[in-house]
Design a protein around this ligand. Structure first.
Ligand code: COA
Length: 178
């Protein structure tokens, strides 16, 4: 479990795989920039995904919960970890839209970033962000990530091809949260 002043990141429990979580994945405002929108999202599919990935050491993923009342508001995943190059992608969503714009994404990214560098001894973190997802880019930039390149017309979104921004943070440029 990882903890900051306002958040607890913990392993997803079977009880987290519920209608609320499913609603996030099927909410067009939330899934607009997520690959999960291409898959049929049902409780059975969620459970099957959880079973397949719950203990995968190469892709640790966490429920993002408010430390005050324990409410589950989204997920964050590190991976796949490339152990030989000691690098990994970091991705997340805040599914509860009432929680957007309050700094939770930045706080969750900083927690996993510090854990990945300190405890897993990773040397590089990356993030791929659909061009136009300003909120996600800002959240990663606030945590020290910088734009390293743009993959042109990399993905399809709402019927048009979009670029993907690749952001990265080498461990040597990391400033841990105080
Ligand atoms: C993108 C997302 C993760 C941002 O989460 P969040 O908790 O609202 O982000 P934060 O509050 O930490 O905001 C980080 C910065 O981005 C800004 N920001 C957030 N959403 C924004 C938006 N839609 N447009 C412009 N700026 C935005 C915030 O103001 C803040 O900047 P500031 O501190 O300079 O004011 C969240 O909206 C989300 O999960 N969206 C759907 C799924 C998704 O896009 N996931 C990311 C895939 S790469």
């Amino acid at each position: 479990m990882l903890q900051s002043s306002r958040l607890l990141l913990c392993a997803l429990q079977p009880g987290d795989l519920n209608a609320t979580y499913l609603g996030w994945l099927n909410d067009p405002a939330v899934n607009r920039y997520l690959e999960t929108r291409f898959l049929p999202q049902t409780l059975e599919a969620l459970q099957a995904y959880w079973q397949a990935h719950r203990d995968d050491p190469a892709s640790p993923w966490f429920a993002i919960c408010l430390s005050g009342d324990g409410r589950h508001i989204g997920n964050i995943k590190l991976g796949p970890i490339h152990w030989l190059h000691r690098r990994a992608d970091l991705s997340l969503f805040i599914g509860d839209r009432s929680c957007w714009g309050q700094g939770y994404a930045s706080e969750a990214i900083a927690l996993v970033r510090d854990w990945a560098f300190r405890e897993l001894d990773l040397q590089k973190l990356n993030a791929g962000i659909y061009a136009g997802n300003i909120g996600s880019r800002r959240a990663f930039e606030k945590c020290g990530f910088e734009l390293e390149g743009t993959l042109r017309q990399e993905v399809v979104s709402a019927g048009e091809r979009l670029d993907v921004w690749r952001l990265g943070l080498p461990r040597s440029h990391w400033s841990p949260a105080p």
